[in-house]
Design a protein around this ligand. Sequence first.
Ligand code: ATP
Length: 229
Amino acid sequence: MSALLDVEAIEVSYGAAQALFGVSLAVGEGEAVALMGRNGMGKTTTIRTICRLMRHHGGHVRFAGQDIGAQAPFRVARMGIGLVPEGRRCFGPLTVRENLVAAARPGEWTLDRVHKLFPRLHERHGQAAATLSGGEQQMLAIGRALMTNPRLLVLDEATEGLAPVVRQEIWAAISALKATGLSILVVDKSLKELKGFADRCVVLEKGESVWQGAPGDLTDEIATRYLGV
Ligand code: ATP
């Protein structure tokens, strides 16, 4: 059976500067995959390419068996890729509720279900998104992605800039999502949390996927060599 997401040897450039030189990764149905690598190794570029916010000039991106290389971002969102972007990017002047409703597509995820996952969003439903704390904005960004009823949830820097206690809340929520069988691709700085969460890890080095395996096989030597820890 083919994977839900299949990224094969993609090459991506910013103008004349090539950033990705062959990144391959797959996410199966119900699988949680961690995308790892030091700063500037190509994680965000890979995610933006999967979501069609960047174009690749080599390789393939397939989702649910279709080549999505020529699709517009809104189309892949409709096909079922839900992005939680780096920096959250909630619509600041809109209320929490408006941010969620604006993203809604028919499916199991409704406002009620998002409120159950993040009661804080329910409490603050009438508040402008710009006035939320960082943690609440991340909950909103995740809730907004869920409202699209994705088959694959993609999180770029899942807990960046958040206090430790809030990070734990976010990891608990993402773990609960994984337990429902949702497929997840996640980038984060915390190796410990990623290893505890992911079924598989993919490591990028200078725009190439250089190592893939189970978290248990990610040795200290690999972590030192590629992740600088
Ligand atoms: P970080 O953890 O710092 O976000 P990353 O692994 O997500 O890093 P990318 O942001 O994908 O890495 O960057 C990959 C490469 O592409 C880097 O060499 C970076 O300098 C380059 N790059 C990223 N964005 C741009 C841009 N807008 N214009 C030109 N080069 C860019």
